[in-house]
Design a binder for this molecule. Sequence first.
Ligand code: SAM
Length: 324
Amino acid sequence: MFHFGRTVDYLRISITDRCNERCLYCLPEGYHGWERQPDHLTAEEILRVVRVAAGLGFRKFRLTGGEPLVRREVPDLVRAMAAIPGVECLGLSTNGTRLAALAAPLRQAGLRTVNVSLDALDPQVYRRVTGGDVAAVLSGIRAAVAAGFERVKLNCVLMRGVNEGELWPLVLFAAEHGLPLRLIELMPLTRTDVLTEANFLPVGEAMEFLRQRDELLPQPSRHLGWGPAKYYRLQHTGALVGFIGALTTPHFCETCNKLRLTADGKIRPCLGDHGELDLREVLRQTTSDEAVREVFRSALQRKPLEHSFRGQYQPCRPMTAIGG
Ligand code: SAM
């Protein structure tokens, strides 16, 4: 599908808003926005959406959440998605805590790429950011590498004074294991008391920090898929580091190629814009796939030229409820 002269062919599908961690930037302790009885799309509904999207020209799909691996049927869902004609690239974003057991079955089911959140290596810092146990994540990363995915990337959300001291250890870890590391600016998708100036660390500063320790060699644009990261190879350590500066990078949205599907069945045309279209009602009221296609077309029309994070954007739904 085309919009503002770009091809939109990437659907990011959140399959749950629940998570087994409590990341400061995504689902902080004390978040009360849950529906008591979540009414998530069923696996059959998700597959119907994927079939329609693939028919419209979507080629890249990623399962996310919340934590997608808290849903038991993920390997079956992956297998069924991978068999749909047009599904060329199928990825998963995870916090890695359940990957040790699931990496091999997911790979066998047809999953091609995995992104793992890793905000710190130090167990105490990791626990402060996520509430979880970094040892489980490191086992998950090892299992993902052993399972032979086409790509395993690491994601780290930068928070000044929280995990900035972990930056260099993470770069060395990424280099040692040959895994790309992406450094992500904190987006306003969590509780406002976390979103302080003091917590925000621009990617430009992280870049300068790395430049004082190594030489940064820019990599071609569109490196490692079609994500928004700008990649550099660190000449001496060999690490490949991507910077995702959603707030500070001019023209950040220019190459945005995605729509999002939330776990409760809303199409969200832009992460940084509150507009959403209700697909769940359409899926449940009609068997007509044309009606589903129509929602996609309307969503595309409503995709803004750029996000509103730099304006007066107020987080009504945290990242976990949208799907990162
Ligand atoms: N639980 C999975 C995980 O940890 O990757 C999938 C969901 S998580 C929302 C997906 C990605 O969104 C993670 O890489 C996470 O770091 C990122 N993320 C979440 N909240 C964010 C925020 N407020 N700003 C920037 N990135 C965020």
